[in-house]
Design a protein around this ligand. Structure first.
Ligand code: NDP
Length: 255
C-alpha cells in the first residue's frame, strides 16, 4: 500500500454529470490519482466522447448513462455497478443545471426541475452510495455546491435554494455517517469557464462586474477543482467532515 495520502489506487469513483465541464475534470483528476472512474450523463454522444478523450490519455473510464432525477434509473444504475463489482468508494454529486429568470416568472415545474436535479439527486444517489459504503465501513462523498450555497443573486432563486440545501445536506450526511467511517464534504466553485456559464461569459456587463468582484481578477479554470476533489476523496481528508471548500478566487472573502 502506498504511503502517499493522496493515492486513490484501488478505489472506484462515480462522478455524476461528468460527460463535460467540472465533473469531467474532477473525474480525470481522480483517475490520474489512481481511481477507477465511472462517467455519467444523459447525452450518450457526449458521454462516449468524454470516454474516448480519456482513453487517448491512457485512462480506461467506464460509463453509466442515467438521469440523476429518475430514482428508478438511479437504483437500476447501482444494481449494474453491484454486478460489475464497482460499488463506489467515492461519489461526487456534481450533475446540475441552471435556469435564469426573475423569481416572479418561475413556474412550479421549473422550480422543481432545478431542485430535483441539483439537490434531490444528491440525496437519492448519496443514499444509494452510502448504503453500500456503510456496509463496508468506509466511503467518501463530495457534494458540489456553489457560491450560491452562501450568496444570492437575482434570477437564480431555485438554484440558490438548491445549493444552500447542498451545504446543509452535506452537514447532515456528515453527522449521520461520520461514525460509520464515511467522510462527506463539499466543494463550492466560483465562476468557472464551463458551458453552464456561456451566457455570462458572453455578457460584457457581467464580465466587468465579475472582474470588479473577484480578488483573483479572472474566471476559474475547471482544472482548478481537480486537486480539491482528489484531496476530499483521499485518506488525506479522513478527519474532515461536513466542510465546504470554496474555490472562488477569493470572492467569498471579499466585501
Ligand atoms: P455543465 O453544464 O458544463 O455540465 C453539466 C453536467 O451535468 C453534464 O455532464 C450533464 O450531462 C450533466 N447533467 C445535467 N443534468 C443531468 C441529469 N439530469 N442527469 C445526469 N447528468 C446530468 O455544468 P458545470 O460543469 O458548469 O457544473 C457542474 C456542477 O458544478 C453543477 O452542480 C453546477 O451547479 C456546479 N457549479 C458550477 C459552477 C460554474 O461556474 N460552472 C459554479 C458553481 C457550481 P449531459 O452532457 O448529458 O447534459
Amino acid at each position: 500500500m502506498s504511503d502517499n495520502p493522496f493515492d486513490l489506487a484501488g478505489k472506484t469513483a462515480l462522478v455524476t454529470g461528468s460527460s463535460r465541464g467540472l465533473g469531467f475534470v474532477m473525474a480525470r483528476g481522480l483517475a490520474r490519482a489512481g481511481a477507477r472512474i465511472i462517467l455519467n450523463g444523459v447525452d450518450t454522444g457526449r458521454l462516449q466522447a468524454a470516454q474516448a478523450g480519456l482513453k487517448q490519455e491512457g485512462i480506461e473510464a467506464q460509463t453509466l448513462n442515467f438521469d440523476v432525477t429518475n430514482e428508478a434509473d438511479v437504483i437500476a444504475a447501482f444494481a449494474v455497478l453491484d454486478q460489475r463489482g464497482m460499488a463506489p468508494d467515492i461519489l461526487v454529486n456534481n450533475a446540475g443545471i441552471q435556469l435564469r429568470k426573475p423569481l416572479l416568472d418561475f413556474t412550479s415545474d421549473e422550480w422543481r426541475k432545478v431542485i430535483d436535479t441539483n439537490l434531490t439527486s444528491a440525496f437519492v444517489i448519496g443514499r444509494e452510495a452510502a448504503r453500500r459504503m456503510v456496509a463496508r465501513g468506509h466511503g467518501k462523498i463530495i457534494n458540489i455546491g456553489s457560491l450560491a450555497s452562501e450568496l444570492a443573486r437575482p434570477t437564480v432563486a431555485p438554484y440558490t435554494a438548491a445549493k444552500g440545501g447542498i451545504k446543509m445536506l452535506t452537514r447532515s450526511m456528515a453527522v449521520e455517517w461520520a461514525s460509520k467511517g464515511l467522510q462527506v464534504n463539499g466543494i463550492g466553485p466560483g465562476y468557472m469557464l464551463t458551458d453552464m456559464n456561456q451566457a455570462l461569459m458572453d455578457n460584457a456587463e457581467f464580465n466587468t462586474w465579475l472582474m470588479s468582484r473577484v480578488p483573483a481578477k479572472r474566471w476559474g479554470k475547471p482544472e482548478e477543482l481537480a486537486g480539491a476533489a482528489v484531496f476530499l476523496a483521499s485518506s488525506a481528508s479522513d478527519y474532515i467532515n461536513g466542510q465546504m471548500i470554496y474555490i472562488d478566487g477569493g470572492m467569498l472573502a471579499a466585501m
